[in-house]
Design a protein around this ligand. Structure first.
Ligand code: HEM
Length: 505
């Protein structure tokens, strides 16, 4: 545990505030009216009942009673910081006309939120899970949100199953406990989760901190250049701090002693001038390469091999400023994969297409219809918002003044901007709900297993056995059977660790 003092700048926040603000302001109500007794209610006689006319009491309590907004349905625990993205290499401009990439040295302000996935807002940082790695780029052509993870793939490939996946990772609705039957039942019934389950149960499943992990936008996006030509791409953020992970027994101790360990680490690193940075790069695949790829290139449970699709460097991301208020910046930030700027577009990736709906929708619920007016979500002034949207709860700006609120109009309302045109592409096929559950779920998992050293393999097996061993025996057998498809060694080692006989493949 870190103590009070300059090595732990988080412990000095209030001290610094008092130093910088030597004169306390006069207390007021939320209407700015002076309050004479901020610590004492008004009563009829010293022991008497309270009075309805004590409006400063009601003002205080009514606001307090409404302090919490809904926590994020996933990724509820996290932290964030401000910084910048600077272009180091313009090769990407062959593929993308996005204005933030168009010049070496060009700098764009950013906000990043790192998060846990399954735990609630007060849960411990050092538990095994994937981590969210969401970046908002405040570009001159509007906000681009790259809403990624510290893992290069995702659990499932069909977004209709996302609520089921999340339910199986969160609490049992009767016991309100995490339930390893739910967790392993879903994963073992869905063999497409095999590769991601191996990433999460490998050493990478408990990073040392948020600074020492990589980031990925596991989905496939498109890059479109100024000639309207497109390629497909995946984004990577490689940590300049290196990768470090925490061993599970230390992580368990830290979870008890300092459940906010990652939040403290990021706040203190930035306060001490130790600014974390990541190199942003892209993998690029042409449409004809996509047709001949060994797998569906739009399957979020698969990697694109780096040997065939090498990283093209783009720029450096640096975090150098802590938010001046947690709720204002971190709790109210809303990331949304559908926020893409000219030059970066979607792809047929089904999981991405599902995400394009879900985040906008949840922000309307969590933050309200005017969530993009909140300072941390608002675009830069140079990307001034001009459209026909008006009104709604908490409309806190000038509501686009007197500009016409209908289109078309004869009074100089906003006009069409060809920069927003998306690349045209051919689609054909029969409309149907296609079952993709049997699309090669194991060969990349076998590749991953083959990369690991024997120590890494033993830790992977013991990390899986640690919670799989808490599930019903038939679920253990089904999961072992899946891992046998990855490698006989893997399935047999897991069965031995669980003390069960491996079922046949
Ligand atoms: C939140 C990443 C798949 C729905 C988040 C956050 C991240 C993330 C980083 C936290 C954002 C923040 O810090 O505020 C991903 C990645 C995915 C994925 C990389 C797959 C490649 C999905 C899918 C859905 C979904 C398939 C639904 C169809 C949500 C929702 C939130 C969320 C509703 C809460 C957002 C909020 O309340 O602000 N996701 N996610 N995600 N994700 Fe995803």
């Amino acid at each position: 545990l870190m103590g009070f003092g300059p090595d732990n700048p988080a412990s000095l926040q209030l001290v610094m505030f008092a130093q910088n603000n030597p004169f306390p302001p006069n207390y007021t109500t939320s209407s700015g009216i002076p309050v004479s007794d901020p610590g004492t209610v008004m009563t009829a006689g010293p022991n008497g009942p309270m009075l309805v006319q004590d409006t400063s009491f009601f003002n205080e309590l009514q606001h307090f009673d409404r302090e919490r907004i809904p926590e994020r349905v996933v990724h509820a625990k996290g932290t964030g910081a401000m910084g910048s993205f600077t272009v180091t290499n313009t090769e990407i401009t062959n593929f993308s006309g996005a204005s933030l990439f168009n010049q070496v040295g060009k700098t764009t302000p950013i906000f990043i939120r790192f998060s846990q996935v399954a735990g609630e807002s007060g849960s411990a940082d050092t538990v095994r899970d994937a981590r969210g790695f969401a970046i908002k780029f405040y570009t001159e052509e509007g906000n681009w949100d790259l809403v990624g993870l510290n893992m290069p793939v995702f659990w499932i490939r069909d977004p209709l199953l996302f609520p089921s996946f999340v339910h199986s990772q969160k609490r049992n609705p009767v016991t309100h406990l995490r339930d390893w039957n739910m967790y392993w039942d879903f994963l073992s019934l869905m063999p497409e989760t095999t590769l991601m389950s191996m990433f999460v149960h490998s050493d990478l499943g408990i990073p040392q901190n948020y600074r020492m992990m990589n980031g990925f936008g596991p989905n496939t996006f498109s890059l479109v250049n100024n000639q309207g030509e497109y390629v497909f791409c995946k984004f990577h953020m490689v940590s300049n701090q290196g990768i470090a992970n925490m061993d599970p027994s230390t992580a368990t101790q830290v979870a008890g002693a300092d459940p906010d360990y990652y939040i403290r680490d990021l706040f203190n690193s930035i306060s001490l001038g130790n600014f974390p940075s990541w190199n942003l790069s892209v993998q690029v695949m042409t449409p004809s390469q996509a047709k001949n790829f060994a797998w569906n290139p739009f399957d979020a449970t698969k990697l694109w091999p780096l040997t065939e699709y090498p990283l093209i460097p783009v720029g450096i991301i640096t975090l150098d400023e802590n938010p001046d208020n947690y709720f204002d910046r971190v709790e109210q930030v809303g990331f949304d994969p559908q926020r893409l700027i000219p030059g970066i577009e979607t792809s047929p990736d089904k999981l991405l297409q599902g995400r394009l709906f879900s985040y906008t929708d949840t922000h309307m619920h969590r933050l309200g219809v005017n969530n993009e007016l909140i300072k941390v979500n608002a675009p830069l002034q140079t990307a001034k918002v001009a459209n026909r949207q008006r009104d709604g709860a908490a409309r806190t700006d000038n509501n686009q003044d007197g500009s016409p609120n209908y289109y078309p109009n004869s009074f100089n309302g906003p006009i069409a901007n060809p920069r927003g045109k998306q690349a045209a592409y051919q689609v054909s096929g029969m409309v149907a709900a296609y079952d993709t559950s049997n699309e090669d779920n194991f060969s990349q998992a076998t590749w991953f297993w083959n990369q690991l050293t024997s120590d890494e393999r033993s830790r992977l097996v013991s990390n899986i056995a640690g919670t799989l061993g808490l599930a019903a025996p038939f679920i253990q057998e089904r999961a072992v059977n899946n891992y046998l498809q990855v490698s006989d060694d893997f399935g047999n080692a897991l069965a031995a660790s669980l003390g069960i006989n491996p079922a046949s493949k």
